[in-house]
Design a protein around this ligand. Structure first.
Ligand code: AHR
Length: 629
């Protein structure tokens, strides 16, 4: 029997409790949610011709890559010297092809200068068989300085593997840059915006926060290639590209073409968070590069620039439009503040150098912005106490929130459902900033099976039961592209056209959309329901909907019959809603072809009184939602 004390909540649940962690890994941003279809659009990759093919060669010197050191961010461009009136052409392969849909409109654009009268551009979208499935032609105005031209056209066939031809006619010299192709139908119809279907998956989860931009890419392969937010704002044409930390990461999954163009920069990130009602949780570099790469550390006396970046980011997000960075935010189209409330410094930077640098950040941030909660990065050690020293230091420093990460086997998630039961209720708050159950690690890439998802659901009952300590939690990584990934499992998989949520996505979504406002104690013989007979449970009450929500995991191949004794002065309506994720086979997974094998089944159930009996299916995660009004 489970005893539920509805009138004796044990704590409040943060409105940000269940969120998402977005990192540009597995083609999450470039080649993913950022809807640009042209790869290496500004010839800034370290191999400038990567993704491009010349369709017509011409004499030597016809195609010249120039580097203008006076240009901001994007210095390289292509000069076409067409002395013999050839039809010159370039082909772009896209990100493992380009996803285009029949009947949809696309916009091609480019920057150009030195155009002579009579010059024309012809663009073609080709399918895999090289058949033209969309095209447009437009003249270039004579231009001596950098100008932009664009054309919209529609495509007559759906394919995930299209490519783009751009033909140039007219003799003379033409400089070109930023050759770009976007769908017109982006998220909220924003020009050159985000992939609608991918954002919708996030919006559907109603995440409480978005942690961004990483992850290891915060740190970079080296400090020169760390994520610097200031280089990701302002005009897109001036954003300086860097090599992605996940470029060629694993020998068997080469991605030498992985760069960060920052089309999805910090402004777009804040906007995305605002769009989907999530609070922004930026993570900034603490003066240390990724420990799994160079592990470079900036000398303490040179840390000022890094600290200033943090202070300026707060100004960019929240400052008045009369401040330098607030003004830029307004110029980019958002005079209102973005209401930043918390900031992380460092990602998985463990060791004494981290503490030294964090202390400098903390002093400056607390002095200038006491309203901002500071998140510090820690870890968890499955075998021992490797992180005890770091955690003690962080607690002694009065850090507001400690960010713990865990990628572990299902068995760890099941046995760790009580992990936070004995944490200090009045101490530092916990952010489970990255976690995922890995069924096959370390022997190979993990699959997001029902086994993984159900063990996460069981563990999450423990997070929810301890929501007075665990302020926030996010699965990681968020996106994986089936044709270009470095890390698996991931929450949501995509190809160039489609998207699906894994069983873990379904679990995360059910938690986030049923998070409640207060923790309700649910006990079995006075103990938390955390694994005995493979049963896990938590309960919340939601002030707004006035509903009691029970979450129960049966991690067993047999059904289990449970008595539920709800103790309350409140009235309970007899009709309740029951939502179940279940499958007797723990190895099943969702896929692009079968996206909903694990998906919620909704039933209406009727209970008499406050003592109920419910049978939970084998290997199931069940929500029971009961109204008190
Ligand atoms: O989520 C993938 C990676 O795992 C993150 O970039 C890093 O923080 C962690 O090691």
């Amino acid at each position: 029997e489970l005893n539920i004390q509805l009138d004796k909540p044990t704590g409040k649940i943060s409105p940000h409790m269940w969120g998402v962690f977005f990192e540009d890994i597995n083609l999450g941003a470039d080649g993913g949610i950022y809807a640009e279809l042209v790869k290496n659009r500004s010839f800034e990759f370290d191999q400038p011709w990567m993704a491009w093919k010349k369709l017509e060669n011409g004499p030597e010197g016809t195609y010249l890559l120039l580097n203008d050191s006076k240009r901001k961010g994007n210095k390289r461009y292509l000069r076409l010297n067409n002395t013999t009136n050839l039809k010159l052409g370039l082909q772009n392969e896209g990100f493992r092809g380009m996803g285009v849909k029949s009947g949809e409109a696309y916009e091609f654009s480019l920057q150009y200068q030195r155009a002579a009268t009579g010059m024309k551009i012809h663009v073609e979208v080709l399918n895999e068989q090289n058949k033209v499935i969309g095209e447009a032609e437009f003249p270039l105005n004579a231009a001596t300085s950098w100008s932009e031209a664009a054309v919209k056209f529609s495509v007559s066939e759906t394919t995930a593997k299209a490519k783009l031809n751009v033909w140039f006619t007219g003799s003379g010299t033409l400089d070109i840059d930023m050759l770009s192709l976007f769908p017109v139908d982006t998220w909220k119809g924003r020009p050159k915006g985000l992939r609608k279907d991918m954002v919708q998956m996030l919006a559907d989860m109603k995440p409480g926060f978005i942690r961004f931009p990483g992850g290891c890419i915060v740190e970079g392969k080296d400090l020169a290639n760390r994520f610097q937010w200031k280089k990701t704002v302002g005009p897109i044409t001036e954003r300086e590209l860097i090599i992605n930390r996940w470029n060629t990461e694993f020998k068997h999954r080469l991605t030498p073409d992985y760069f960060q163009t920052f089309g999805l920069g910090f402004f777009e990130y804040f906007l995305l968070a605002e769009d989907i009602g999530a609070t922004p949780v930026p993570i900034l570099n603490c003066g240390m590069a990724c420990q799994f790469n160079t592990g470079e550390v900036v000398p303490l006396e040179e840390l000022d620039e890094y600290v200033q970046d943090a202070l300026d980011l707060i100004e960019f997000a929240n400052g008045s439009i009369d401040t330098k960075w607030g003004k830029l935010r307004a110029e980019m189209g958002h005079p209102e503040p973005f209401h930043l409330k918390m900031l992380g410094v460092g990602n998985e930077n463990w060791g004494p150098q981290y503490i030294e640098r964090l202390a400098v950040f903390k002093k400056a941030l607390n002095e200038k912005h006491p309203e901002i909660s500071l998140i510090a990065s820690s870890g968890t050690d499955p075998e021992g106490d490797r992180f005890d020293f770091l955690n003690e230091k962080l607690r002694a420093m009065n850090i507001n929130i400690i960010d713990e990460h865990y990628y572990r086997p299902p068995s760890w998630f099941l046995s760790s459902a009580s992990r936070y039961d004995n944490y200090d209720r009045n101490g530092v708050k916990i952010f489970a900033g990255e976690y995922a159950s890995h069924t096959t690690r370390p022997n190979g890439p993990g699959k997001s099976t029902w086994e993984a998802a159900l063990s996460e659901a069981a563990f999450m009952t423990g997070l929810e039961r301890n929501a007075d300590v665990v302020e926030m939690a996010s699965y990681a990584p968020l996106f994986g592209h089936v044709d270009g990934w470095q890390w698996s499992p991931d929450l949501i998989w995509v190809d160039n056209l489609k998207v699906y949520g894994t069983p873990s996505y379904q679990v995360q979504k059910l938690y986030a959309t049923n998070k409640g406002t207060s923790i309700i104690p649910i006990k079995r013989e006075g103990e938390p329901v955390a694994g005995r007979d493979s049963l896990y449970a938590s309960a919340v009450y939601d002030d707004l909907s006035q509903q009691l929500v029970l979450k129960v995991v049966n991690y067993n191949s047999k059904p289990i019959k449970v008595s539920l004794d709800i103790v309350s002065r409140k009235k309970l309506l007899a009709t309740a809603q029951k939502i179940t994720l279940a499958n007797a086979d723990l190895n099943v997974s969702n896929s692009l072809e079968e996206p909903l094998i694990i998906s919620p089944k909704e039933d209406t159930v009727t209970y008499k009184g406050k003592k109920l009996v419910e049978t939970f299916e084998p290997y199931s995660f069940t929500l029971i939602k009961m109204s008190t009004k």
